[in-house]
Design a protein around this ligand. Structure first.
Ligand SMILES: NC(=O)c1ccc[n+]([C@@H]2O[C@H](COP(=O)([O-])OP(=O)(O)OC[C@H]3O[C@@H](n4cnc5c(N)ncnc54)[C@H](OP(=O)(O)O)[C@@H]3O)[C@@H](O)[C@H]2O)c1
Length: 275
């Protein structure tokens, strides 16, 4: 399993997204994923599935230190004290002593960034997380967070797929030796019907999803966390790690992107990079 090296440890480049997985299906999917070879599981307090993810981790045939576990603090809980309590509640639900990566899920302009970043660093200093990061931060917010932090900020988890360019955020992450973790990496399935990706997939005798994941995994500093609840698609997505595209194919897929290709946007989103 390839990794992105950061200032506080390695992050496996392929992870399992768990948003919208719940209950026994979520537990069983985590067990299967680890059996297939996934070594990175992504959850969040907001997903309401941390107990099920924790049960999966416990039932899986791998030691705790072999699996990289990420969780996130929802943006209404990132004040000092509340952030640390949210992290402790997540650990209780997951049944873990610490997570590998604790993220601020979204920025919140109603709470000073200085306070949230200090609380996040405190969570790491207290041992609740081995490393810390952010999610849905623009390049400006990343720079501010890194300036304020007393511990390394190692990741920004943002939407990234062939239809959404993230040149500025990616360059900012690389400048700070951070990983960019791509959420919605297969654009929630939109890539399945793409003629350009389909043509490349046919040439390699693989699927459009595998081509898309191979494109992300080929990029320095990029981690991808596709979600699936299907045993077959767990195997399919995992196998994307052994697919290698030509530099022409990588460029062709990148050309599908634009700053307008965003699928996840809320009234509380920050001002995104215009590229
Ligand atoms: N930080 C944030 O704000 C944020 C926001 C959104 C998501 N995330 C994280 O990122 C993860 C991934 O994002 P996402 O779930 O929104 O989108 P995604 O991974 O791009 O797409 C998931 C969808 O694609 C389907 N799928 C997966 N593999 C497939 C395959 N090989 N062939 C055909 N269909 C396939 C899944 O259905 P099946 O399950 O039926 O296979 C599901 O409907 C989430 O689970 C979550 O962990 C984070």
């Amino acid at each position: 399993m390839t990794v992105v090296k950061t200032r506080s440890g390695d992050i496996p480049k392929l992870g399992l997204g768990t948003w919208q997985l719940s209950g026994d299906h979520c537990r069983d999917t985590v067990v299967r994923a680890i059996d297939v070879g996934y070594r990175h599981i992504d959850t969040a307090a907001m997903y309401g599935n941390e107990e099920a993810v924790g049960e999966g981790l416990k039932a899986a045939a791998a030691d705790r230190d072999e699996i990289f576990v990420t969780t996130k603090v929802w943006h209404d809980r990132i004040a000092d004290g509340d952030l640390q309590r949210s992290a402790e509640e997540s650990l209780d639900k997951l049944g873990l002593e610490s997570v590998d990566l604790l993220l601020i899920h979204w920025p919140n302009p109603a709470i000073p960034l200085e306070e949230s970043i200090a609380a996040l660093c405190d969570a790491k200093a207290r041992g609740l997380a081995r490393s810390i990061g952010v999610s849905n931060f623009s390049s400006t917010l990343i720079d501010q967070a890194v300036d304020l932090a007393t511990e390394p900020i190692v990741c920004d988890q943002v939407e990234y797929h062939p239809y959404l360019t993230q040149r500025t955020v990616l360059a900012t992450c690389r400048r700070h030796s951070m990983a960019l973790t791509a959420y919605c990496p297969i654009a929630k399935g939109r890539v399945l019907d793409d003629p350009v990706i389909g043509r490349i997939a046919a040439r390699h005798n693989v699927t459009p999803t595998q081509v898309t994941l191979a494109w992300l995994l080929a990029q320095d500093s990029v981690v991808a966390i596709p979600k699936t609840g299907s045993p077959e698609r767990l195997v399919e997505n995992h196998a994307a790690q052994s697919i290698f595209l030509t530099s022409e194919e990588l460029v062709e897929i990148a050309a599908l992107g634009s700053p307008q290709g965003r699928m996840v946007d809320f009234d509380f989103s920050p001002t995104w990079d215009s590229e």
